[in-house]
Design a protein around this ligand. Sequence first.
Ligand SMILES: *Cc1c(COP(=O)(O)O)cnc(C)c1O
Length: 423
Amino acid sequence: MNDHQDTLEFARAQDAADPRRSFRDEFHFPQKDGQPVIYFTGNSLGLQPKGAAAALKQELDDWAALGVEGHLKAKHPWYSYHEELTAFTARLVGAKESEVVVMNQLTSNLHFLLVSFYQPKGNRKKILTEQRPFPSDTYAFASQIAFHGGDPGTDLVEVQPRAGEYTLRTEDILARIHELGDELALVCFGGVNFYTGQAFDLAAITEAAHAIGACAGYDLAHAAGNLHLKLHEWNVDFAAWCTYKYLNSGPGSVGGVFVHEKHHGKGLPLFAGWWGHDKHERFRMERAFKPMNSAEAWQVSNAPVFSMAVHRVALEQFDRAGIANLRAKSEQLTGYLAFIIAEVAKATKTDLEVITPGDPAQRGCQLSIVAHGKGKDLFHAISANGVVADWREPNVIRVAPVPMYNSFEDAWRFGQVLKSALS
Ligand SMILES: *Cc1c(COP(=O)(O)O)cnc(C)c1O
């Protein structure tokens, strides 16, 4: 859209034309001075769906009324609670139902998956990731390398941007994979980098990794619920994500996992637990571990029902809205916000540099702003005026208008707050 306008009327007209605008009413918005805040932090903690409280209460009530019998007799039986999330999850990330499971939390899941997919052998022992991955991922990679007796200083490699650039060029990522060749055991990128907001070409990276004999896995913390993923089609080996960011499932909620079907039943090494055992024989309580022939083989523990109750509500909303529809809205909404930021920069003669790629295919909804010379002061000023954004060291303000509940009017109002903070 080149016909954007920095006016309230224009923003409201966009909202009126948005078929998914009513989802906004299904969320609790924090208030400031009696007004809903401009909530642009769904990339850190998504808002609470209004249906969450009733879903949680259902489980509390069933527990009170049924005790242990809730495992089989609750409205949503706890024994198989995770199975109620499977179809929603598969549609959300572009997977077959056998390829996904909801379990544990993100970094824990990365470790469990690395046990299976990081198998350093001989010369092939390096892990390639993006520059400046989320710290937890670096800790996981480095500790796994050390666990196998390797040296994270040499075996953990980051693709660096070119001089003077913030983000990575796909051609440089692919070239680096090719160059490392048979030294590379695993390529493991974030789907979207938490700092720059850059979305990576997961299909191309996966293909390049496979071409030189490495595995390809992804941390989709900033991609699940943000991008239109096609994990099966892209031939991704494994992926993990959290559900409290774009997936609105509450602080510290349960995580999601994808394992491509080509790896099921192949005897990959894994850290086993009883919930990964063939469910038809689970309660025979036998000694020998017989893994499920699906991603559920990686489960270790029984379902954390309270987290999953909220996650079920949130996933059902995504299913109703449709991730392809949300993504289409997201490209428009983030494009509009980028326009608004550029208008404010012009009007106030401020250097507001958006370091997130301008190409919609290379970003999700987040924009990362470097306000040269003004960074943290500007962040505090907008925060004092009803914007909930976040600050990431050393110098980025992150703003994420999420298509599920943010509006074009939010983007326009954000511009007004930004302008007055800079004037
Ligand atoms: C948010 C985030 C995490 C957080 O990990 P938890 O185990 O959920 O605490 C890890 N990695 C990335 C890339 C993230 O964005």
